[in-house]
Write a protein that binds this ligand. Structure first.
Ligand SMILES: *[C@@H]1O[C@H](CO)[C@@H](O)[C@H](O)[C@H]1NC(C)=O
Length: 347
């Protein structure tokens, strides 16, 4: 044994300690990819992180004295005053990009919304004034905005820009109003809960320059990934509902980022998915951009955490196998070297 120890230094330069090599490699990889790792982790862990502190931000009778069935409010209530100051300005924004005339049934839906908000400022954002807003107010996002592969990404980003710049309500073109949104104007930010987690960005209310909207804009470039060319994943994780919900979950104090959920009897009361009628809207369902990978991603969403755990653990197993192989080669080389030198000595 003593002779082995005596010979080993000559072996080190060829085969450095595998443990140290692996530690250094893992460290360098983690440092180098730390931003990517945090993006992937924040996206895959949403099913857990969304629910943390959720009792603080769901609008409720107990916390806010707010009736989320809206039965207590008149259809035409335009304001939350005099009980509460209005934080959200009376502006209705809709976005119709793509140089096409909005569909006729959407214009009917829009007219219903206008009639329930008679004295509100209204704005229908089209390609020209959308591009103008991006160029003048968000020049640092302009190149990314033009380069987005899917038009819905441009629409999503524009929602956040419009809310940042003006505040008010952003509504999808396929939402037909059934009453005024006035009672909700007392909150600084409101969006409807989605299923199973997060919120939908088809209807957002926010005060002008709300810090959370600022965070949505600040993170756009960080999350601007092309997910293996999968349209649904790319849209959802870069600009869409999943993206916005992840940024919500990343905020340290979510108390003021209010979500319109359901009641124990009707947990999906305000969910805008498919052709549904909620207390606020009739959803005509224009989600035609939902693509072949949508079903896959939605079902993956349910299994995101197990999948992430599986990915991490299989990565660990591979590293262990690799370390074992390295160790084996190291030991064999050492043995070969020792026996060769002993042989020479014996002679
Ligand atoms: C979170 O924000 C709310 C409202 O701004 C505030 O009342 C509350 O104290 C904050 N919570 C923490 C833990 O800072």
């Amino acid at each position: 044994m003593g002779s082995v120890a005596g010979f080993s230094p000559s072996v080190w330069p060829l085969y450095p300690d595998p443990g140290k090599v692996i530690a250094v490699i893992v460290f360098v990889v983690l440092i180098y990819f730390r931003h990517s790792i945090s993006v992937v982790l924040s996206i895959t862990t949403l099913p857990i992180t969304w629910r943390l502190t959720s009792s603080d931000f769901f609008i409720s009778q107990e916390r806010d004295g707010f009736d989320i069935t809206f039965g207590n409010y008149s259809d035409h209530q335009q304001s939350s005053e005099p009980d509460y100051p209005d934080l959200i300005p009376p502006i209705l924004h809709q976005i119709s990009l793509g140089h096409r005339e909005p569909r006729e049934k959407w214009m009917e839906a829009r007219n219903a919304c206008l009639s329930y908000h008679p004295n509100w400022e209204t704005h229908l954002w089209t390609d020209d004034d959308g591009a103008k807003l991006v160029k003048e107010k968000f020049p640092h996002l302009k190149d990314m905005w033009y380069r987005y592969k899917y038009p819905i990404q441009r629409i999503d980003a524009l929602r956040y820009m419009v809310l940042q710049e003006y505040g008010g309500v952003v509504l999808d073109m396929d939402l037909e109003c059934r009453r005024s949104l006035g009672p909700l104007r007392r909150f600084g930010f409101v969006a409807p809960a989605a299923h199973p987690v997060g919120f939908s960005n088809g209807f957002i209310m926010a005060s002008k320059g709300h810090p959370f909207i600022g965070e949505l804009l600040r993170n756009l470039p960080i999350f601007n990934w092309n997910w293996l060319g999968l349209p649904y994943a790319t849209v959802m994780f870069s600009t869409g509902c999943h993206y916005a919900s992840v940024i919500h979950a990343l905020q340290s104090n979510r108390t003021d980022l209010r979500i319109l959920g359901g009641t124990p009897d009707s947990p999906n009361l305000h969910r805008l998915n498919g052709h549904v009628i909620t207390p606020l809207f009739q959803h005509l369902g224009a989600s035609s951009w939902h693509s072949f990978d949508a079903h896959f991603i939605v079902s993956m969403g349910k299994y995101a955490v197990p999948l992430a755990m599986f990915g991490i653990s299989s990565g660990c197993v591979l590293v262990f196998i690799w370390a074992g192989l390295l160790q084996y080669r190291h030991a064999r080389a050492r043995r070969a070297s020792v026996s060769a030198k002993s042989f020479v000595r014996l002679e």
